[in-house]
Design a protein around this ligand. Sequence first.
Ligand SMILES: [Zn+2]
Length: 704
Amino acid sequence: MTTRREFVQALPAVGTAFAVAGHLVLDDSPANAQTQPQAPTPLKGHFHPKGKAPSKYTLEILKKARGGLPFADTRDFDEQKKGLIAPMKDLKIMADAGHVAWDMERFQFLDKQDDFDSIHPSLLRQSKLNNNYGLYEVIPGIYQVRGFDLSDITFVRGKTGWIVFDPLISAEPVRAAWKLFQQHVGQGLPVSALIYSHTHGDHWGGVRGIVDEADVRSGKIPIIAPIDFMDFTISENVYAGNAMNRRLFYQYGLLLPASPHGYVGQGLGQGVSAGATGLIAPTRYVEKDIEEFEVDGVRMIFQNTPNTEAPREMNTYIPDMKALWMAENVIASLHNIYTLRGAPVRDPLNWSKYIGEALFRFGLDAQVMFASHHWPRWGNERIQEVLRGQRDLYAHMNNQVLHLANQGVTINQIHNVYEVPKGLQNKWFCRGYHGSPEHNSRGVIQRYLGFWDCNPTTLIPLSPGDSAPLYVEMMGGGQKILARGRQLHNEGRYLHAQEIVNKLVQAEPQNQAAKDLLADIFEQLGYQQENPGLRNSYLAAAYELRTGIPQGETASSSGPDVVRAMSTELFLNFLGIRMDSRKAEGMRFTMNLITPDNGEKFIVELENATLTNIKGFQASNPNLTLTINRSDLEQTMMGAKTLEAQLADGTAKVQGDVNILKQLAATFVDFDPRFEIMPGTKARGAKVAKAKDYEAIPRQTIAE
Ligand SMILES: [Zn+2]
């Protein structure tokens, strides 16, 4: 038996081993800058010293796209401008912590030219539309502040104050939005209720910028959300959080400067704000499929739409204003069925059906339709056009992809076969500014059939790094591949070029000439994309191939609200993922965990190099019993107070072999938030910055 004192003394570097939060800040410092002579020559004015101009092939593709798109339809621009009350004058919104939380200055270049030769004309159009920045009237009594974040914030006039829909990602932009709103429209009336339309972080993270938690607790300001909201706010992002965070660097181009050759917006909005995030739990849940009640004197009909754009989401109809809120189920884009940062594939047929239901339940009557991204639609004809188009877009993707799959088209072919029907291609709001037809169609097959194309070669294939040397050998070596790769590149056959040059990079991660050529190929492919997630992914990979993965500090900034929203079971499950089971071979223990303040009990067992937990049970003869209030455990989960400190001051109590905690802590691994994606991009000799232990949700909220 070890005493608590002995345990505390025996703890070497356990430190914050039981912490769960923290976030990642990367700097821009190039870590691996090398110069290699390259053809074609670098472009002056490009943000990267190795960056290239769009090739004549890329120019041709963009020109063709320009000719084939419905530019005569300018209704989006009319709708986007309609109802402007006041533009926002400050192009930057500062965070309380001193940095810039939101920066529209960097997108001003988009409006300086009609066209850019390195931006797909359709994406440019969307990014110009997303440059709206200010306060807008939807109809008298409904107002939106747009362009303050990835999402929009909406204010609906209630009997006593303002009902707020979806308070953005972080508090500072919300505060700025509320200030602008109050200057022109708000009449000094308070917030009277708040609605979270769904579980994604860009729809609740800024809540503390507009309401005081005490007012929520006292019942003065209700917060309304779809059923099971709290269960899904973060659970979607925890288990694979570090991987998702890394992938966001590609999908959201986090390292790319805003530039005609870099980041040009995210399609849903211009980007993700970087202020303080928080979460206040809802006080009223919409439980039934359809539920009607008054919110601050305004009659609202809520339609739950689970497992559509988000695991939990709801549309809202305000019959007395004939106003239909479509949350994020209907926006000015094809949305993600599969999201590139990684998430379970969504159900497009279910999604389509809920849009269809909204159409026939509310859409035949509605006179205005608004949502949490983009701009409203006015007039019933237009509303029906958009609802029907979006309904068909998701249903078609589901049906036609499966139609093709049923004829033998595989996940490795579908993106080259599937096409959105012509009628929908000509509707701007069906184009792929978030989801692309390519990655969504693969997602549909993934959902129904999984990754395997049924060719046994792909059942247990070699890893890319293991198969590549054989290819390189059989192709006659690196020089031949480089020569042929450059030729394909110079002919504009970029997809062919990437096939072989990638093999060389996989086989020879330190071959900078190969990496530079692959970067040039990716860059052209990036310029050619209409979809910002695809563009950013190509350009981000090009950046890392040229420069290496930037090394920066990882900063801790615990998100107490988000940690609080994490159930103890989710936390324990995540510990099982943090454990490197290879370090746990031969270990065995049974532990009881008791959190008296919320009445929860768990058995936690380590056996067979596997950490499991089961809620609601207690072992009769545990090796250790740990008793700690859930509220205190949160301090440890967020890294504010170590478990050893909790034990030392008696906040946590143990009975039994306390050494178990030490052994357990030694099996946990810090996930590096900058793991290598493209071979040979990790800066050699660079110090690996240590992630906060248990970093699960590095930016605290993953927006969508
Ligand atoms: Zn969103």
